[in-house]
Design a protein. Structure first.
Length: 118
C-alpha cells in the first residue's frame, strides 16, 4: 500500500487491533456479498436478502456487524431501513485482494494448461 500507519507504542497496539477487526469482518463471505450488492446503491434488508440468497435473519446479523465497524450506514425510512456503503475505501481493499486472487488463478490455469500439453 502507498501509505503506512505508525503502530508503535500502546496506541499502536489499539490501531493494530482495529485493523485486525476490520479484516476479520471482511473474512466472512456473506459480508463480502452484501458489500458487493451495496456497490449498486442503497438497499433494504429484503432487497439484500434476494441479492445474496440468504435469510432475512442472516442478512440482518451481517449488516449489524458491517454497521458496527463503519463499513455501512443505515437510514430509516418509515417502517424499514435502507443500508448504504459508508466507507468506499473497502472497495479499494477488495480490488487489491481480488486482483491478487485473479493473478494466482491465471498462473494456476497457465500451469495446468502447460501440464496438459503432450
Amino acid at each position: 500500500m502507498s501509505s503506512s500507519v505508525a503502530v508503535a507504542g500502546e496506541s499502536g497496539i489499539a490501531v493494530v487491533e482495529l485493523i485486525a477487526e476490520r479484516f476479520r469482518v471482511l473474512g466472512e463471505p456473506t459480508r463480502i456479498r452484501l458489500l458487493d450488492a451495496l456497490r449498486e446503491g442503497p438497499a433494504t434488508v429484503g432487497e439484500l436478502q434476494r441479492a445474496v440468497g440468504s435469510s432475512q435473519q442472516n442478512v440482518s446479523k451481517h449488516l449489524t456487524v458491517l454497521l458496527r465497524t463503519g463499513f455501512v450506514r443505515r437510514h430509516r425510512e418509515g417502517g424499514f431501513s435502507r443500508y448504504a456503503i459508508a466507507d468506499e475505501s473497502v472497495f479499494d481493499l477488495c480490488e487489491h485482494v481480488c486482483g491478487g486472487v485473479r493473478r494466482q488463478l491465471a498462473d494456476l490455469a497457465a500451469l495446468l494448461q502447460a501440464d496438459a500439453k503432450p
